[in-house]
Design a protein around this ligand. Structure first.
Ligand SMILES: [Zn+2]
Ligand SMILES: [Zn+2]
Ligand SMILES: [Zn+2]
Length: 281
């Protein structure tokens, strides 16, 4: 039996295995909804799923005529969705080892512009044919030289930054995994004067983890997507890289907190790895 939890702990559930599927999705909708480079999904029989708490604290967002996204209203973590006989749960929220490993990459045709797949898993440009599903048309975003536009999944909140990030890293800590409902969070840091809200900043909601000194997740109230975290005191903004609609012009610098990596995750690229958060330089 595997339990799952959102970042704030309000939404909890358990899933009796066996898990039948684990795969990475690179579609732009998953990237925005989770603010992550890609999202790792699992599937298991619906009959073995139980809510333990917080089922009434979940908001839904219809991301397409057929697609529902659901998230914890308090912290923005993505929560499970259901088909007729399966539960589809984000692996980032599972505690312990679900006993299954990633089997494939989906929507490798929609890869984040700064990302490269370096493992040997099979790649599908969209859904694998056996899913019998068709992809959803997404609005095209106009590119402007030197500017990286971003938006949440519902589009109500948008922002842009100028130039490359000061730093961008993949964080594997358990808070980032729960908060982003993904293997890791990818965050890009900019000086505040490089950042502009374009619309909707009044729709963001913040959840500060009570036991943490700094850890705060900001998200869109409408669709749950992670949104920028403005840190006036440090003259910095932290951006969820998954929301970016263009290449910020620099690759990620490192993997951090790899000592807390999920048991089902593996790093196959050549980026530097730090067991914890590296000291501020
Ligand atoms: Zn929560
Ligand atoms: Zn997806
Ligand atoms: Zn939104």
């Amino acid at each position: 039996m595997t339990t799952g939890t959102c970042l704030c702990g309000t939404v909890r559930y358990e899933i009796d295995g066996p898990f039948s599927f684990m795969g990475h999705c690179h579609c732009s909708m998953c990237r925005k909804a989770h603010g992550a480079t890609f999202v790792t999904w699992t599937a298991a029989p619906r009959s073995g799923f139980r809510w333990l708490s917080g089922a009434d604290n979940i908001d839904q967002y219809a991301s397409s005529p057929a697609g529902q996204r659901s998230f914890c209203r308090t912290c923005g973590s993505v929560t499970p969705i259901f088909t007729e006989d399966s539960v589809i749960a984000p692996a980032g929220n599972l505690e312990g080892d679900p006993g299954i490993r990633p089997q494939m990459h989906m929507f490798a045709g929609s890869l984040a512009p700064w990302h490269t797949i370096t493992d040997g898993l099979p790649q599908h440009a969209e859904y694998p044919p056996e899913f019998g599903m068709s992809s959803v048309e997404r609005p095209a975003v106009e590119a402007q030289p030197g500017i990286t536009p971003s938006s949440c999944l519902c589009g109500a909140i948008a922002w842009e930054v100028e130039g490359p990030p000061l730093m961008m890293y993949h964080c594997h800590c358990s808070r980032c995994r729960r908060g982003r409902s993904a293997a890791f969070a990818t965050n890009a840091f900019y000086k505040l004067d490089r950042f502009r809200w374009l619309r909707g900043s009044e729709l963001t909601q913040a959840f500060k983890l009570p036991e943490a000194q700094f850890f705060t997740q900001e998200f869109c109230r409408v669709c749950g997507s992670p949104t920028p975290r403005v840190m006036e005191k440090f003259n910095r903004v932290m951006l969820p890289a998954g929301a970016m609609d263009a290449d910020p012009g620099a690759p990620a610098n490192a993997h951090v907190c790899v000592a807390s990596m999920a048991p089902w995750d593996a790093i196959s690229d050549e980026l530097p790895q730090f067991p914890e958060m590296p000291p501020r330089g």
